[in-house]
Design a protein around this ligand. Sequence first.
Ligand code: IDP
Ligand code: MG
Length: 142
Amino acid sequence: MAVEQTLSIIKPDGVQKNLIGEIISRFEKAGLEVIAARMMHLTIEEAQGFYAVHKERPFYGDLVSYMTSGPVMVQVLSGDGAISKNREIMGATNPADAAAGTIRADFADSIEENIVHGSDASETAAVEIDFFFGDGVCPRTR
Ligand code: IDP
Ligand code: MG
């Protein structure tokens, strides 16, 4: 499987629950490497832009409010099959449907407040990484 990069976000509920270390530890234990990271509080415009693909959905306004309700931790993960591996570790969007042992099954309160974001395909990963880390990432040299 090819080495890929994917965008991961620990959403405001994950940060509030003090799960940054727990979540990143799960990625690292699965062999993914953090090659960029930043803690930030998204503006409404940033959240709207990031989730523009969902702007016609009924939950868009709520999603933007949620994503701007507190700071987030944004990181780029690198590794073999990183995009699907990250999605597997996250679990299904709705925690009620998420497999046991996934982040969302273990920690999410609802289909909206579901702790983490992960890119869903190579095209979206490239766009999302550029959205937050247009200045570049920090590839591992050891
Ligand atoms: P994903 O995060 O698993 O890729 P998407 O369908 O891309 O799921 O939705 C983006 C985010 O929008 C979800 O993670 C969740 O926070 C929110 N969301 C998705 N579906 C619903 C819904 O039916 N009601 C409320 N919020 C939703
Ligand atoms: Mg998505």
